[in-house]
Design a protein around this ligand. Structure first.
Ligand code: KG4
Ligand code: ZN
Length: 338
């Protein structure tokens, strides 16, 4: 069965075609229109700009997707759309588009939770099927969360964002460092030339067994640190050391809490995704930690870690194949929990 996925929860317009057969999915085609260059002059996402871009991109991308894959809308079996969490106006336009398309060609529309899309994206490549239970780690611009995933729709939250999500903190810290939006990849680039042990930046709730995920303290610490060292901030080598050290604080926090949750919960599989998991240092640290613990690590490839429509179409396809009926909320929900 062929599924169209539509993702517009934030500042990326994504559409994808995914084919499902016997509970396995295959990507037929995927297109993504990044709005980064449009938002960059403002140092962050401007919701009104995002929604206008989505409105412009959606019909163009969908037409191109069908043209390039040589499929036609009448061959679709279902449409999947992100119904939350995210920016209200961005979610609304994607939902209006998907519903209109569903009505026009008489197809069911499946609402998918954006976090659920991230949660299962590590399983979209490779031969291994999804195996429950697993420990899910999602770290993005809006969320940091650890969940015990016991089956479809059976998600037990072990820890979630206490204040700033890790990606949000990185984006805000990048601004303090004079780096453009989005800050995560920029900090990673700068950090590659720096010493991660140069400065001992604080870690939120570092005590063993404390799963709270907090990154606003790090942001504040970096702000005061930079103010105290204003003169040195003109030295690129100093800034590289700052970037490497603060990245290390985020990586160690995420790794230690995740590995502790995995070991204490008796998990055998860790599935990690979300934009921040595109970070090479974090991927390597998790790989090393999982090897040591004998834990199987499934990690989404970088292109599927950041927002995309493949994960939305696939989640709908797999849920539908597992016998869950298509459901769509009456309205989008910007604060939709997992
Ligand atoms: O999952 P995502 O694309 O969107 C949300 O659902 O929020 O995540 C975006 C976040 C941004 O905060 C961005 O700075 C961060 O992921 N990010 C990274 C990297 N690539 C994206 N953070 C660290 N290192 C990266 N390479
Ligand atoms: Zn996301």
């Amino acid at each position: 069965m062929l599924w169209l996925g539509v993702e517009t929860s934030c500042d990326e317009t994504g559409v994808a075609l995914v084919e499902e057969e016997e509970g396995r999915t295959r990507v037929i085609g995927a297109l993504l229109a990044s709005q980064i260059s449009r938002h960059r002059p403002f140092g962050g996402i401007v919701p009104e700009l995002a929604v206008r871009e989505h409105a412009r991109n959606l019909p163009v991308l969908t037409a191109r997707l069908f043209e390039e894959t040589r499929f036609a809308p009448r061959e679709l079996g279902g449409i999947a759309v992100t119904e939350g969490p995210g920016l209200a106006s961005s979610l609304l336009i994607g939902n209006a588009y998907a519903r209109a398309m569903g009505a026009a060609i008489d197809l069911p529309v499946f609402g998918i939770n954006h976090l659920e899309g991230h949660l299962f994206s590590p399983f979209l490549e490779g031969e291994e099927p999804i195996s429950f239970p697993f420990l899910g780690l999602v770290v993005s611009g809006g969320h940091s969360l650890l969940a015990s995933v016991e089956g479809w729709n059976r998600y037990r939250i072990l820890s979630s964002t206490s204040d700033d999500a890790a990606g949000e903190a990185l984006d805000k810290i990048a601004r303090l460092l004079g780096l453009p939006y989005p800050g995560g990849p920029e900090i990673e680039k700068l950090a590659s030339r720096g010493n991660p042990k140069a400065f001992p930046f604080p870690r939120g709730f570092p005590e063993k067994g404390d799963l709270r995920l907090s990154f606003s303290g790090l942001k504040t610490a970096v702000r005061y640190f930079l103010a105290r060292h204003a003169d040195e901030c003109r030295d690129p080598a100093f800034l590289a050391d700052v970037a490497a050290s603060l990245q290390e604080s985020v990586v160690r926090t995420l790794c230690e809490k995740t590995l502790w949750a995995a070991a204490s919960g008796g998990f055998r599989i860790l599935a990690a995704s979300g934009g921040v998991l595109a970070n090479r240092r974090l991927r390597e640290a998790l790989e090393a930690g999982c090897r040591e613990l004998g834990l199987l690590l499934r990690i989404a490839p970088p292109a599927l870690c950041t927002d995309n429509a493949v994960m939305i179409a696939s989640a709908a396809a797999l849920k539908s194949a597992a016998g869950l009926p298509a459901s769509l909320r009456e309205d989008i929900d910007p604060g939709l929990p997992l």
